[in-house]
Design a protein around this ligand. Structure first.
Ligand code: ZN
Length: 186
């Protein structure tokens, strides 16, 4: 699925990754915040519509928020784009202070073409990218637990059971001494 995956580890718990189309590299840093959870969201946008992190940023600013509330956004094509820096608390799951100790991952989609009916619209590329991204986050935060928004609040988001979907997720090995590595094909 990925043409190239580059991982850089410098010092303890600092990882940097570029995905297949690394136009916007993402970084996962060890945060001063005690990160204990990853909360998976959908953008609650109709199946097949290629919305972007910039769109979400605009929508969230309209709500009066400082910027996009999620830390990472997974596009329909499986590319992963940065949202709010991980070092900053997100705005995505206010109940019981979940924002304080979580990282928010959002995939584009989550409702059917009617724009209302909850639906797991993840493309094969998004499924693969989510697994890779979540594994990379676990590599930096080994004890982190993965949930869906709906595990904490009255919502259908992210339209699938994230809590059970990733229980088998293993930590992907990182290569500390190599600044960049890539591979082709499967
Ligand atoms: Zn959500």
């Amino acid at each position: 699925m990925y043409v190239a995956v580059a991982v850089v580890v410098a010092g303890v718990g600092l990882a940097f990754a570029a995905f297949m189309q690394p136009t916007e590299p993402i970084s996962i840093r060890q945060d001063k915040r005690a990160i204990t959870e990853v909360i998976v969201h959908s953008s609650a946008t109709p199946e097949g519509k290629p919305f972007t992190a910039a769109d979400i940023d605009r929508w969230h600013r309209k709500k009066g928020w400082r910027c996009i509330g999620y830390h990472f956004v997974v596009y329909l094509d499986g590319t992963v784009h940065p949202g709010r820096p991980v070092e900053e608390m997100g705005a995505h799951c206010p109940k019981n202070r979940h924002n304080y100790h979580s990282i928010a991952v959002c995939y584009i989609g989550g409702v059917a073409k009617d724009g209302r009916t909850p639906k797991d619209t993840r493309t094969p590329e998004q499924r693969a990218a989510l697994r890779t991204l979540l594994a990379m986050i676990k590599a930096v935060y080994p004890d982190v637990k993965i949930y869906g928004h709906r595990d904490f609040m009255h919502t259908h988001c992210p339209s699938f059971d994230a809590k059970s979907a990733y229980t088998d997720l293993t930590i992907e090995p990182v290569q500390p001494e190599r600044p960049e590595s890539s591979y082709n094909g499967t």
